[in-house]
Ligand binder design. Structure first.
Ligand SMILES: CSC[C@@H](O)[C@@H](O)C(=O)COP(=O)(O)O
Length: 352
């Protein structure tokens, strides 16, 4: 049994697991240009907020390598342009802009272009390593909240392949499995592109976690019929007041948790918090192409020319969130005050 890893950096080569092809084809592909990195993010070959940030960071370092100038100012201008390009690939997950910004912040300290190039790679690797450690800690904190043998529902894939390793919402299940704990996970299929059916089911099977697939529309019935005891989801951006953007359908689950009186947990690393945004109403929501809904693969389902609205994310107001599980600890309401407190304390210790 193994916790899968989807991003590898070895000998100057960036390789990702092509998540579009999972679960039936397990194929690692090399990303060698900034355009390939952009396309991999846009087309969901790599997806999940932390994984997007890590891939973009390596992508920026790779692109920087190709800029042929000894002038630091000119080099910085090229790298900033590359960062803007990569940042435009997907709008909702703040980890993307956050990771690129971290790389850019190393540039003023560089003594030469060669030094700047090295620092960009070092920062990308630091982001990857920190994310793996953060996700492991999220798993530990999650295990304090989820009791052995619990029946838990999730949506999308906030798992190992959406991060450096272990995942956020799925981290407690991976760690629990390593320690002989048992959970009954109910995975919503996650229309329109099936991150739940294709990715979460596959990933949990890899590490020996019991997982049952349902369609998104079965969630309310299943919570009652199968006595679901908690819901845990990931996040693409958490605003200062705790409002959380995550995969479309997450808000439905939060409202159901409220109605059924079960806890609704969000699991996210500190890199997913955006304190520049007061509330969820300012989180940009990605809209994706109509074919994700009108077609099933290449086969048309809806009549040609059908009007489509295809938001990829929704925002759960913090009043429906029981707790946010981070690597620094579990945040409970009052979220506004407690998020600021936890992040300030972490920054004071020089941790992010
Ligand atoms: C640890 S990943 C957290 C979120 O990014 C995840 O839940 C999610 O919504 C991903 O959406 P996706 O469109 O597949 O990138």
């Amino acid at each position: 049994m193994q916790v899968p890893v989807s991003i590898e950096w070895k000998d100057g080569q960036l390789t990702i697991l092509d998540q579009q092809k999972l679960p039936h084809i397990i194929e690692f592909i090399d990303l060698t240009t900034i355009e390939e990195v952009f396309d991999a993010i846009l087309s969901l070959k790599v997806r999940g907020a932390p994984a997007i940030g890590i891939t973009a960071a390596y992508g920026l370092a790779l692109a920087a390598e190709s800029h042929d100038t000894d002038e630091l100012d000119a080099f910085e201008a090229y790298v900033r342009k590359d960062a803007d390009y990569l940042a435009s690939s997907r709008p909702t997950a703040v980890n993307l802009a956050w990771a690129l910004e971290r790389l850019l912040s190393t540039l003023p300290c560089a003594a030469s272009v060669a030094d700047a190039k090295q620092q960009l790679f070092r920062e990308a690797e630091a982001i990857r390593a920190e994310d793996e450690a953060a996700c492991r800690q999220i798993g530990e904190h999650g295990l304090e909240l989820l009791e052995n043998k619990m029946r838990v529902m999730t949506i999308c894939n906030a798992g190992s392949i959406a991060t450096a390793k272990y995942g956020t919402a799925l981290a407690p299940f991976h760690l629990g499995s390593e320690r002989g704990k048992k959970f009954d996970v109910y995975a919503c299929e996650t229309r329109p592109v099936y991150q739940g059916a294709r990715l979460t089911v596959w990933e949990l099977q890899q590490s020996g976690v019991d997982v049952t697939l349902i369609t998104d529309s079965m969630a309310a019935h299943t919570i009652g019929a199968k006595d679901i005891e908690a819901i845990i989801v990931g996040a693409d951006r958490v605003a200062a007041n705790g409002d959380t953007a995550n995969k479309i359908g997450t808000l439905n689950l939060a409202l159901l948790a409220h109605t059924f009186g079960i806890p609704f947990y969000v699991a996210a690393p500190v890199s997913t918090f955006d304190l520049s945004i007061d509330s969820g109403k300012d989180i940009p929501i990605e809209e994706r192409k109509a074919e994700e809904i009108t077609h099933f693969g290449d086969v048309p389902v809806a009549p040609a020319g059908t009007n489509v609205y295809n938001p990829a994310f929704d925002v759960t107001p913090s009043k429906y969130i029981t707790a946010i599980i981070t690597e620094k600890g579990v945040i409970e309401p009052d979220f506004h005050q407690n998020i600021a407190g936890l992040l300030t304390a972490a920054a004071g210790k020089g941790e992010q």
